[in-house]
Design a protein. Structure first.
Length: 394
């Protein structure tokens, strides 16, 4: 991955004359730079300066012996500084022939996975008369996309989630038909147990929420605080997990069920709006991606327009979708489908994976429909199935 990232950055800068990319780190907290340093012991601020020629690393004396070993020593020129005055002087010297500097910043600081450069560093580079540009698209293409192995692991995870979802629906239906007590925490525990049996891992347990509980998008039942599941209830199940093997990618789905024979119109109608909005998003991507660059905010804007037409926009209180990668959690560092929490102008590129999960959260009940999309050959692929209607359990 390090070699691919370095090659990509060099190619990008070759297409942007008199530009450089300056990325900063401290104790291996920067995910891109960690692909080069491979967990080396770094205890002081370090600056990676990429230019069209050989890139350099400006590092403090104590860290240089570690950096000289392995990949960094073989592929970067290591420039040593002792004190802060020398560090600033070296930055000024090596940026002298550049007019624009890409840094890890985002518009109004609204993309936390991009905005890693501190204010002081940005202000200093600006004081040198340099134009600051965001590295958002650069990072999205390097660390926000899936490898072929990641794509395959995501499909495995999504297929397992869909199967476990069916088992959870059957588990609830059996209890309801038999008149047995049933609650959110019991169903959550059932799903979590099946994850373990399938060799899957996750950061937080799945969400199982009934009625008004589902109007809180991040509601979590616990052993001490949960609600019963009774006939006539609307049930939301949000599940995300991945295989335990290193490098595995999450699947992330949300499905709705009704504890009865026929879904009431007042529940079916808003769910139909969710289905239409996802249909519109997928159709838009199929049409536009082969023709032009498409930004994440455009997808969210379209989905919100559909939901607004059906009268539910005030009840849709989060972005349409988030990036998915081989992270500790299901939220990845790539482009989000977002014109609500942020105005995500990052371009959707091959290898990006993201959820489409619009929700409508009314006072008496909430609902969400979620699938995962992988972009390949400039076309969206639905990885995690689609729910067209609320599942009636009886």
């Amino acid at each position: 991955m390090a070699m691919e990232n370095l090659t990509f950055i060099k190619r990008f800068l070759a297409e942007h004359p008199r530009s450089a990319y300056l990325s900063l780190d401290y104790e291996n907290k920067n995910p891109l730079l960690a692909s080069f340093t491979s967990g080396l012991m770094l205890t002081r601020k370090v600056a990676f300066l990429f230019k069209s020629e050989r890139p350099i690393v400006i590092a403090q004396t104590l860290d240089c012996p570690f950096l000289k070993k392995g990949y960094v020593g073989a592929n970067f020129e290591i420039v040593e500084y002792r004190d802060w005055q020398e560090y600033l002087a070296l930055l000024k010297k090596h940026l002298s022939v550049t007019s624009a500097v890409y840094m890890d910043v985002s518009e109004n600081g609204l993309l936390p996975r991009v905005s890693l450069a501190d204010y002081g560093s940005v202000a200093y580079v600006m004081s040198l008369g340099k134009e600051i540009r965001s590295s958002a698209d650069l990072l999205n293409e390097m660390i926000g996309t899936l490898s072929p192995e990641g794509e395959a692991s995501q499909k495995v995870a999504a297929d397992l989630l869909l199967a476990i979802k069916d088992e959870a629906f059957a588990y609830m239906a059996q209890a309801l038909k038999a008149g047995k007590p049933l609650d959110e925490y019991e169903v959550q525990s059932f799903i979590a147990h099946r994850f373990e049996e399938e060799g899957m891992t996750y950061d937080d347990p799945p969400i199982v929420a009934v009625n008004a509980n589902a109007s809180n998008p991040h509601y979590q039942p616990t052993e001490n605080e949960h609600s019963p599941i009774k006939k006539g209830d609307l049930i939301l199940i949000d599940m995300w997990a991945k295989k335990k093997e290193k490098g595995s990618v999450y699947g992330d789905i949300t499905w709705m069920a009704y504890a009865g024979r026929e879904v009431p119109v007042e529940m079916a109608k808003p769910f139909a709006a969710l289905v239409r909005s996802i249909d519109a998003a997928i159709a838009f991507l199929k049409q536009e991606l082969p023709l032009r660059e498409v930004a994440g905010y455009e997808v969210d804007r379209l989905v919100r327009k559909i939901i607004e037409e059906d009268g539910y926009l005030p009840y849709f209180t989060h972005r349409t979708g988030h990036s998915i990668k081989d992270d500790d959690g299901p939220h990845g560092p790539g482009v989000n489908m977002d014109d609500y929490e942020s105005h995500d102008e990052r371009k959707i590129v091959d290898g990006n994976s993201f959820s489409l999960e619009p929700g409508i959260y009314l006072p008496s009940f909430g609902m969400r429909s979620e699938t995962d999309i992988l972009v390949k050959d400039r076309r969206p692929i639905v990885v995690a199935g689609r729910q067209r209607e609320i599942k009636a359990l009886l």
